[in-house]
Design a protein around this ligand. Sequence first.
Ligand SMILES: [Zn+2]
Length: 259
Amino acid sequence: MPELLDVEGFRRFAERHVAGRAIRSVHVLDRELVRNRSARSLQSALAGQRFGTARRHGKWLILPAGEAELLMHFGMTGALAWAPNDADRHRHDRLVVVFDGGELRYNNMRRFGGVWLARDADERELVTGSLGPDAATLGPEKFAALLDARRGGIKAALMDQHLIAGLGNLMSDEILWRARVHPEASVGSLTPHRRQKIYHELRAVIGESSRYGRVPHGRRWLTRMRDDRDASCPRCGSRLSRTRVAGRTACWCPRCQRR
Ligand SMILES: [Zn+2]
């Protein structure tokens, strides 16, 4: 499940392989995953252009190409790969951008997410929706201001890309577990001290995960335990609970994260 850190990894990957290179051709292998253009229109917009500096906003990868931008979202199972031009393609490759000396492949088994073309910033926002500030560069004052204006539960708030861009199910669970805050605690009920604690853990989770390029499966991380049937809290040993929050399964410790 790509979150901010995975997409940051894809951004670096794209930067390493394609920045500054001229696009020879574009092959759409799955028309449905090119969400807002026909295969022909995408091909004619991109062929002959050069990719500029790759950017990331939340879970979106933005690849400028000439006047336009190629937008990628990785859904549940998306990834990028680089391969020699003559290498066999994988059956889950959905889009291939061909250069001299290699090709960039957008691979996506479960087909959530996709690829879009945006002509300008307005069209980009139409595609991504209005995104909140990126979680990796969010300052403490901004975080406090965003929560001040927010109602509802804290985990849903952390995962809302319109509020803060980049946090998904795993990272929000780690942050709240570390901060000892129940995922359904209402934002309004959290004291300034608790909110600061959440911000502190947000920084820590992003910072520590950055070294691995993903949420690590270390002994002090919830992520390692969460898929076990008898998952227990890495801190207190209690059996972990699960609750549906904002369409995802939140994992939390009933002892460490009391309401
Ligand atoms: Zn616990």
